[in-house]
Design a protein around this ligand. Sequence first.
Ligand code: CTP
Length: 215
Amino acid sequence: MRFLVTAGPTHEPIDPVRYIGNRSSGKMGYAIAEAAIAAGHDVVLISGPVNLDPQRGAKLIPVSTSDEMLDAVMRQTPNCDILVMCAAVADYKPARISNEKIKKGAASLSLELIQTRDVLASLPQQDRQYLVVGFAAETENVKANALKKLQDKNCDVIVANDARIAMESDENEVEIFFRGGENKKISRAPKKIIARELVKIFENVCEKGLTKKIT
Ligand code: CTP
């Protein structure tokens, strides 16, 4: 199968030396890419700025901003069977990017932020030929928030994790919710172990979905 995996944060520039970012390390997405390669799949990895070695065996597409992430995903989805949106795409970006470094002046400074485009919500909503897996990073009401994202973002599967456990860590603990209403927990373990389980689950759902389409 052809996996398209996104990983890491996005950086939204403020001026030539500053950006808005988040604490995503990219480790979960890279672990999924690694596990998919080990299972014999083709992998394209769209990666935000991370401090990780390139994943051997994957085609790496480096991006920086949410706009670049969205464009790369749109270009690659026609050639994938499973899209795994593991990236922590920024929700807001500066309304204006200053061409010059903003100098220290007034005692306080306000930045106007505008919403970024949502990658998952921008995908075609019907007749998709690939499985869409979203991630939900939460700090409270994990299940309710994840189920809302599953529906609002029209995902086939959503992987919920507690952002306080997952961010920058080598470990994770996830609960997976499927479009059909089922769910499955994977208890706390190294991300590499969780990634292997996730890849098996995605393969399974994808195979079932493809069989459904053919028959
Ligand atoms: N996502 C996306 N485009 C964005 C923001 C998020 O495609 N501009 C995707 C993420 O890659 C993830 C899913 O949406 O697969 C959920 O991301 P998350 O950060 O948990 O939720 P948000 O939609 O950003 O909502 P909130 O921050 O309010 O929880």
